[in-house]
Design a protein around this ligand. Structure first.
Ligand code: SF4
Length: 282
């Protein structure tokens, strides 16, 4: 069998939104080919490309949604991106060609490329190759990450990333493990490293009533973020139920069915906690 996976697929690379449910697009790819692809970064496993986003970084963005995530956030909107094998195998050249189509428009609209997921750093070599190609085309680069694998990036890699959008889920280590099944410290260590290098970050915080709305916990995140000195803005993202159908369709136990989005008053109060530490928060 060839070492190159078949990449023709009835599923188009572009999706209307990341809320399209996509599964098992790599189910026939042998493990050794997946491993080789991760080692070389010559093939990415992607949920999709979307265009025209105004909420995933500065200006208007093309977003590459990667497959694979080591977190299991209870509120995840895209659990179909947890498994690498749900992603579509996309050779680097094809991803670069796709990006090239948008180059002029992105530059005109002061936008760029955002790589999100899933967790992009599960495929850090592919991500860095795509960012390097984007930079060579004069396209602004942003990564949206939970930061857990930040240590996979060299300082040289960081040079190629214009903006890091870092998700901080909660402060308390126990609560973080309950919420994501993983430790919070690697995320915080990545934030400190970016701060030491004066690299620009936006912090993303998902506000979920009953889960992440402990105001003392939020104050701890705010104090940490305010002390970093490199946080350009904080985005407080109100929880919603748009991805809940995916849990059901994937047969995953979803525990937040009864949870309502936070009130505008609570969201504003949380923004106020971040602002009280000298941060810009929306
Ligand atoms: S880090 Fe993001 S993609 Fe991963 S489980 Fe959490 S919300 Fe979902």
């Amino acid at each position: 069998m060839s070492n190159q996976p078949a990449t023709s697929s009835p599923v188009p690379l572009e999706a209307k939104s990341p809320y399209e449910l996509r599964t098992v697009l790599s189910k026939n790819i042998p493990d050794n080919v997946i491993k080789q692809s991760l080692d070389t970064g010559d093939i990415g496993f992607l949920h999709s490309f979307t265009t025209g986003s105004t909420v995933d970084g500065p200006g208007v963005r093309v977003v590459v949604w990667t497959a694979g995530c080591q977190f299991r956030c209870l509120y995840c909107h895209n659990p179909d991106t947890w498994s690498l094998s749900n992603g579509m195998p996309v050779p680097l050249e094809r991803a670069v060609e796709q990006l090239k189509k948008y180059r002029t428009g992105l530059q005109r609209m002061s936008g760029g490329l955002t790589i999100s997921g899933g967790e992009p750093l599960m495929q850090h070599r592919f991500v860095m190759k795509l960012f390097t190609a984007a930079r060579a085309m004069g396209i602004h680069t942003t990564i949206e990450t939970n930061g857990y694998y930040g240590d996979r990036l060299t300082d040289q890699d960081l040079e190629v990333i214009d903006l890091v959008m870092l998700g901080i889920k909660t402060w308390d280590p126990e609560r973080h493990r309950h919420l994501t099944r993983m430790d919070v410290e690697p995320t915080l260590a990545f934030a400190r490293r970016l701060a030491a290098q004066r690299r620009k970050i936006w912090i993303r915080f998902v506000l979920v009533p009953g889960l992440t709305d402990d105001l003392d916990d939020i104050a701890n995140i705010a104090r940490f973020a305010g002390g970093l000195g490199n946080v350009e803005r904080v985005e407080v993202l109100p929880f919603h139920q748009l991805g809940s159908f995916k849990w059901e369709r994937l047969g995953l136990p979803y525990t937040l069915t009864a949870v309502q989005p936070p009130t505008p008053e609570l969201t504003e109060r949380v923004c106020g906690i971040f602002r009280s530490e000298g941060l810009t928060a929306y």
